[in-house]
Design a protein around this ligand. Structure first.
Ligand code: PHE
Length: 458
């Protein structure tokens, strides 16, 4: 029996979409998106973000799906199979490394959600002032022990699901959680926009001030698009390797993107009106969600219950993402380095534990140690979201359009001619020219090279 046949597959159609949505939707939408938007000029950021999703996100996602399902391999193995004896597998290693590094800071924030579940349940989030929440978050996140405890617990939970297998673990978790998450986001969004002074928050989120757009806003928006859609790092290659031959790649990409963007925008609707109403500055940074939402719960009947349900769902959303990140690294160590799946998972968890402890401490006791002015936590975030993922996305487009025979990806995207390839030409134009050039220019622009050239040729 060939290795492909033995590999796990996702069970049902709805399971495929939900698990992939589960991978995409997570802290990136509810924690990272609002704080990035808040510190990068509000609605102007949203606009650039949506452009990045449409013009870069969807084409890169379809491309990664086709590579994953074509090879039925992990991120690195896929490139080895499609371009043996070349440097292309390095692109796969970039993805595996990115997954590992993302887990290094993502598990810390995931751990924070566990602390807030307990606080919500014990009623500790009730009856406090706006400043209390901010001070308590600061004290908690800089504490050397407590956040690490939760982070380790989170890594352990991810580890257990990874060991239990793909279908049972990932699919089941996503099936229950996703619909519930959508529901609670809508409820909290409605509560937030009906608070006094909410209008300013909505304006901040939806009324763009174009003068705010600069190179760093564009880079941040592009990084956020890649991070949120989980593209440019092999996660979707790995997930698509578990798709079956009937999965419609174009439709799945569209569904995942729409749902992911919906969750991010809803998170904005939930956070900004509330932040403005309570006088919390939108540029607060990574603590934005954690210091804004508890105030909203305080203004709801049975607030403790809502906050409890919300943080449980947020933790679950984070879990479906940490599982996918862990899976990228585990599948690689298992299939390419030939460790048993269990051993591979242990190795990955052990490495992530070290990174996560360091990033948690870097917010508190180790904050003096910086890399290019960023603490370890922020440095991991910057390196992965703003460099490795867009870079990976750019190269994946170049790979498919320059290296892979057209018939291979056309067959994959059309399920061997059984479904239509909508926008074939547009797709080709995007992956061949638009995406690589746009990403390249955004990088050059951020490095200040475009400005420099402008001066030289003046
Ligand atoms: N997209 C996930 C989120 O928004 C994070 C993630 C990135 C997951 C890369 C997998 C791969 O939270």
């Amino acid at each position: 029996m060939s290795k492909n046949v033995q590999r796990a597959k996702f069970g049902s159609k709805i399971g495929v979409v939900l698990a992939t949505v589960g991978c995409a939707v997570g802290l990136g939408n509810i924690w990272r998106f609002p704080y990035m938007l808040g510190s990068n000029g509000g609605a102007a950021f949203l606009l650039v973000y949506i452009l990045c999703i449409l013009f870069l996100g969807i084409p890169v996602m379809i491309t990664e799906f086709s590579i994953g399902r074509h090879t039925h391999k992990n991120a690195a193995g896929a490139f080895k199979e499609m371009a043996p004896g070349t440097l292309w597998p390095l692109l796969g290693y970039n993805g595996v490394l990115a997954a590992f590094l993302i887990l290094g800071f993502y598990s810390v924030v995931s751990g924070w959600t566990l602390e807030y579940i307990v606080q919500a349940f014990t009623g500790s989030l009730q009856g406090k002032s706006v400043t209390d929440f901010a001070t308590e978050f600061e004290q908690f996140s800089t504490n050397p022990y407590r956040p690490i405890f939760w982070t380790l617990l989170f890594i352990a939970m991810t580890h257990i699901i990874i060991i239990c297998g793909v279908e049972k673990g990932i699919e089941r978790a996503s099936k229950v959680m996703m619909p519930l998450l959508f529901f609670i986001l809508i409820v909290l969004g409605i509560r937030s926009v009906t608070l006094d002074g909410a209008l300013d928050g909505l304006k901040f989120l939806f009324k763009p001030d174009f003068s705010k757009i600069n190179s760093s806003v564009v880079l941040s928006a592009m990084g956020q698009a890649f991070f949120s859609l989980s593209i440019g790092m092999g996660c979707l290659i790995t997930y698509a390797s578990y798709f079956n031959k009937e999965t419609n790649l174009q439709k799945t990409a569209l569904q995942v993107t729409v749902l992911d963007t919906f969750v991010a925008v809803m998170a904005g609707v939930m956070i900004f009106p509330a932040a403005f109403s309570f006088g919390i500055t939108p540029t607060a940074g990574p603590e934005l969600v954690f210091i804004t939402l508890p105030n909203v719960f305080g203004h709801m009947p049975v607030g403790w219950l809502w906050s409890f349900i919300f943080f449980v769902l947020l933790a679950l959303a984070a879990l479906t993402s940490t599982i996918s990140l862990h899976e990228v690294a585990t599948a690689y160590v298992h299939e390419e380095l030939h460790f048993s799946r269990k051993k591979a998972a242990w190795l990955v968890s052990a490495g992530v534990t070290v990174l996560a402890i360091l990033s948690s401490l870097s917010i508190g006791v180790l904050r003096e140690y910086t890399i290019f002015g960023l603490n370890f936590f922020d440095a991991l975030d910057f390196l992965t979201a703003k460099i490795m993922m867009p870079f990976g996305g750019m190269l994946v487009c170049i790979f498919i359009s320059q290296r892979v025979e057209r018939s291979v990806w056309v067959d994959e995207i059309t399920n061997y001619g059984t479904i239509r390839f909508y926008f074939l030409r547009t797709y080709l134009f995007f992956v061949k020219y638009l995406a690589p050039i746009a990403i390249g220019l955004i990088f050059l622009n951020e490095l200040g090279l475009i400005e420099l050239l402008g001066k030289v040729f003046k």
